[in-house]
Design a protein around this ligand. Structure first.
Ligand code: ADP
Ligand SMILES: O=P(O)(O)O[C@H]1O[C@H](CO)[C@@H](O[C@H]2O[C@H](CO)[C@@H](O)[C@H](O)[C@H]2O)[C@H](O)[C@H]1O
Length: 478
């Protein structure tokens, strides 16, 4: 095929199957009614690449709601067996009849088109930024970094909420899957922190966007974000797991006595988060009044009430959780600013130059409007505290042990958790917490555990014992 912009009629049922079966599908647990596929644009892959189109799939739910997912497709007349795992469905092409549609993210020849788009989006010589329109997509590029046009694309194999592709060791492109008109917070925050010179994020290089289908008032869908590839990065959650395994291998030693002690890293993470929050408050002034505490308490309670029917094991803990949220209502105002919103160890990367934080999109299940709302920085702190509990709990799982068990291993897991939580928190706060801050932090931690109960039930049901164990302890002791 040579035509770069075919206009095929997609096989809607097959697309719905593909989208709902993907790890990045956010509507798990909701009954779907159907899918409508709309064309956003086409990507120019050059003379040797396949035709590539970018579709947005509107998923309709039985509850009346809709969501939109980005599905870029590489179209081939003949079957490409190397892409069998990424087959989405048949597309009818006016010129070639029925062709095979594959998720383009898995096809390096297709992804080369995005790199071409960014490379071309330059106004002047090396290091300049600019923008370029190709096939209905707009590529925006910030000045500073000169992209390497010779790199090849490879897909990130981790199970994620979006899809990431590396261009050699030069840049990483994250294609957002669930898309909503309006500014994407990951791009907005990376842009602000890059401009502020933050040492704790990967620099933003550019983004790609398109006009939202059916919108004539200029609504834009931000589709992807190009940023610095952190070559020396190790995943924070993996590093924490290694530290826990190291502790478990030394039966007679305490956490502070083993070589793999993580406390110094937890401390650095606390300092990094404090710097990120300070930079965010300055770069993106929230312009919002402090949150009325009663409203915050009500929001947390409402989430609990929504989660209990989906996670019935939570019901026995409901009263205690409500009390933790009610305590917030008695506070004075709650200062807010832009925050990460879904921080955990898996969103931190340890590089040779220190800790970096990724993925500023907020909780994947929330609407865009909710995800960009200013919030208390304690939400991010709470996310990290929960993660310091998750790491040993998941190692216990792999030993076949219950996170709530009373074994020696479970005792040592708790010791690891408390040690790292304390070092992180102390570094973040720079001292003791006031009673009001402690009340808020406890509530955010409980709220995060409730969220995790739902997240695990929908995505990794056998992991739900981890947040349930946490919930069982919250508010249980004075
Ligand atoms: N700039 C980067 N350099 C290297 N690896 C990265 C970079 N950004 C993210 N990653 C890796 O890709 C993974 C997915 O990124 P993330 O932004 O969390 O995507 P998602 O929204 O799909 O969860 C991260 O856990 C990390 O391992
Ligand atoms: O990284 P995402 O934005 O996709 O975040 C979602 O998935 C996370 C799991 O990958 C989930 O995090 C939970 O599990 C982690 C271990 O795998 C643990 O470190 C976190 O503390 C725990 O919350 C996250 O909640 C979810 O939004």
């Amino acid at each position: 095929m040579t035509d770069q912009t075919p206009d095929p009629t997609p096989d809607q049922a097959a697309v719905l199957d593909y989208v709902t079966g993907a790890r990045w599908f956010g509507g798990k647990g909701r009954e779907t009614r159907g899918a409508t596929v709309r064309r956003l644009g086409a990507v120019d892959t050059g003379p040797d690449g396949p035709p590539v189109v970018v579709e947005v799939v509107e998923v309709t739910y039985a509850d009346g709601g809709t969501e939109h997912y980005q599905v870029p497709l590489a179209l081939y007349t003949d079957a490409e067996t190397r892409l069998d795992h990424a087959f989405v469905g048949w597309w009818e092409d006016p010129e070639h009849g029925w062709v095979h549609g594959y998720d383009a993210v898995h096809d390096r020849a297709a992804m080369a088109g995005w790199l071409r788009g960014f490379v071309a989006a330059r106004e002047g010589g090396p290091g300049t930024g600019g923008s370029g329109e190709v096939g209905g997509l707009r590529f925006e590029r910030l000045p500073g970094h000169e992209l390497d046009p010779e790199t090849t694309a490879s897909v990130f194999s981790g199970e994620q909420s979006n899809s990431s592709v590396f261009f050699g060791e030069d840049a990483i492109l994250k294609l957002f899957r669930k898309v909503t008109p309006g500014p994407n917070p990951d791009i907005e925050i990376h842009r602000a922190l890059t401009a502020a010179g933050s040492e704790h994020v990967a620099a933003l290089y550019g983004w790609v966007e398109a006009q939202a289908p059916g919108s004539d008032d200029g609504d834009v869908l931000q589709l992807g974000m190009l940023q610095q590839f952190l070559r020396t990065a190790s995943d924070g959650f993996e590093l924490a797991l290694a530290s826990v395994r190291n502790l478990f291998a030394e039966a007679d030693l305490h956490a502070h006595e083993v070589g793999g002690d993580f406390a110094a890293e937890s401390e650095r993470l606390g300092l990094a988060l404090r710097e990120i929050h300070t930079a965010l408050a300055a770069a993106l002034p929230a312009g919002a009044a402090p949150l009325p505490p009663a409203e915050l308490a009500a929001t947390m309670t409402r989430r609990l009430e929504q989660v209990v029917p989906a996670v019935p094991q939570l019901a026995e803990h409901e009263e205690r959780l409500r009390r933790v949220f009610d305590a917030v209502a008695g506070l004075d105002e709650v200062p807010v600013q832009r925050v990460h919103g879904d921080l955990h160890l898996g969103q931190t990367l340890r590089t040779a130059l220190g800790w970096k934080v990724v993925d500023f999109e907020g909780e994947p299940a929330k609407s865009l409007a909710e995800r960009i709302l200013p919030d208390s920085p304690w939400r991010d702190v709470a996310g990290m505290l929960r993660s310091f509990a998750y790491a040993p709990a998941s190692v216990l799982r792999s030993h076949g042990e219950d996170p709530q068990g009373a074994t020696q291993l479970a005792f040592r897991a708790a010791e690891w958790t408390h040690r790292n939580q304390n070092h992180f928190l102390h570094a973040y706060a720079g001292g003791e917490l006031s009673a009001a801050d402690r009340t808020l932090l406890d509530a955010y931690t409980a709220d995060k555990a409730v969220y995790e109960c739902l997240y695990e039930t929908r995505n990794r049901p056998s992991w739900v014992t981890i947040p349930l164990a946490a919930v069982a302890e919250i508010g249980a002791t004075p």
